[in-house]
Design a protein around this ligand. Structure first.
Ligand SMILES: [Zn+2]
Length: 261
């Protein structure tokens, strides 16, 4: 069994196709999916999906894109969602400096302070609820590491869609946090490949981040949960392991980390 630990099946790209997407996932032995919110509405939609489909679980939180929307009321609303038994994480939360560095095109994008405030509020929520955090990191390696360090020993967290290098991976793992990989590892990216070779299989999880980041052979198309197997295949190839070993270990890790049945 595979677990897609990060999907956005509530996004408009899937419209009414969720049952078909779940059918194809099942055919590929992808039997658990964590649907991840990026703001209050999508967090609510994630929980709606989790209530409706037994194989779906939800993560709730405010993404750095939406950092300006966070209010005390919203934090309370997210806390209420988080109390549901099918909510297994606070996410996705984190820092995204990609858009910040291109501020001429993205003038209204939340600034560094706004993003850090939102991120820390959400990490506090993870501590308060006892749930693990799903961390989004785009071009913000140093700040993510610095903030995670201050939560070291209290927080469980996974750096999702890991796109940095082996050295950074080691720093994350040294703090006791986990790492997960998307279909972007099937693209040409020597730094990520080097990291995968060095990271112990037992610290890794796999995900699609669908509808985004379709694996190489589907690139440009909509991604979906069934394709998480391509990420497992690439890890197996890079580490010289069998696909079955990668399937077993990443599933074991995900079940334990998120407390899935
Ligand atoms: Zn995502």
């Amino acid at each position: 069994m595979y677990i897609d630990t990060h999907a956005h099946l509530d996004f408009p790209e899937f419209k009414t196709e969720v049952p078909a997407v779940l059918g194809r996932a099942r055919e590929s032995h992808v039997e658990r999916i964590i649907n991840v919110g990026v703001d209050y509405e999508t967090s609510k939609h994630s929980l709606d999906l989790a209530r409706k489909y037994p194989e779906i679980y939800a993560a709730v939180g405010v993404h750095p894109h939406c950092a300006k929307e966070l209010s005390i009321e919203m934090k309370g609303q997210i806390m209420t969602l988080a109390n549901h038994e099918k909510v297994v994480a606070i996410g996705e939360i984190g820092l995204d400096y990609y858009h910040l560095k291109r501020s001429s095109q993205y003038a209204h994008y939340p600034n560094r302070d706004e993003q850090i405030f939102c991120f820390e509020q959400m990490l506090d929520l993870a501590l308060e609820t006892g749930l693990p955090a799903i961390i989004h990191n785009r071009e913000a390696d140093a700040d993510i590491l610095g903030i995670l360090k201050s939560y070291h020993g209290q927080l469980r967290a996974v750096v999702h869609c890991f796109s940095s290098n082996a050295d950074y991976a080691e720093k994350i793992l040294d703090l006791g946090f986990a790492i997960s990989f998307t279909g972007n590892i099937t693209y040409k990216n020597p730094d990520i490949h080097e990291a995968i070779k060095k990271i112990p299989l037992g610290s890794m999880m796999i995900e699609t981040d669908c509808p985004y980041l379709a694996p190489a052979q589907y690139r440009g198309k909509r991604n979906e949960s069934a394709y998480v197997i391509e990420t497992a295949r690439k890890i197996a190839q890079l580490k010289g392991l069998s696909l079955a070993e990668v399937e077993e270990e990443t599933t074991k890790k995900a079940k334990k980390f998120f407390g899935l049945k």
